[in-house]
Design a protein around this ligand. Sequence first.
Ligand code: TMP
Length: 216
Amino acid sequence: MSGIFISFEGPDGAGKTTALKTLMPLLQAKTNQEIVLSREPGGSPISEKIRKIILDIHEEEMDPRTEALLYAAARRQHLIDVILPTLQANKIMLSDRFVDSSIAYQGGGREIGMKEVANINDFAIDGHFPDLTIYFDVTPEVGLSRIRKDHEGEMDRLEREAISFHNRVYDSYMKIVKDNPDRIKTINAEQAPKQVVSDALDAIIKKFPNIFNKGE
Ligand code: TMP
């Protein structure tokens, strides 16, 4: 496998998705390798169907382990349909969320256990971890206030959870970041959007100087 795989992580309201839209063409301008941008849950037809079920605000009865398994199932299909073919074609894969989201949200947030959720995801991802993960650090207070401002009426099932849930997600992310210093780079996502994009760009170029070397 010759491409590179970068995931983007962070609590709700971290601004990842918006930052990625700006980041993508900036990164593409720096390399001859094609860049593919995708997201989880979703990113392929079957996985997008699973996304609809998981995030549906009417699915109040969903058991936490069912939720964890559905995220892992969606991830498996995304890996097979999009991530692995992209890497095999020597392209660059950017994924808006990957396995760390499940460990933080289902393991920590839903209190299933970080180890337990990591185990079911090991089965799904079969050793295919990202080469680099950019973690967008934002406190639950700031993240949730952004979401309420942007789309209060359309908040999904996870975003609607209590602040205690979001605090557990945040604490779990902190632990994941601490345990994976080589893979995960943290950027301060409470800064101005332009600075966040610039920091993410710098972190990626620094990690792969031979790939993002155009225009120097
Ligand atoms: P998004 O807002 O980044 O599109 O993600 C949708 C929601 O799903 C968000 O609240 C985070 C949550 N999520 C999990 O709980 N576990 C996961 O494994 C993933 C990928 C997302």
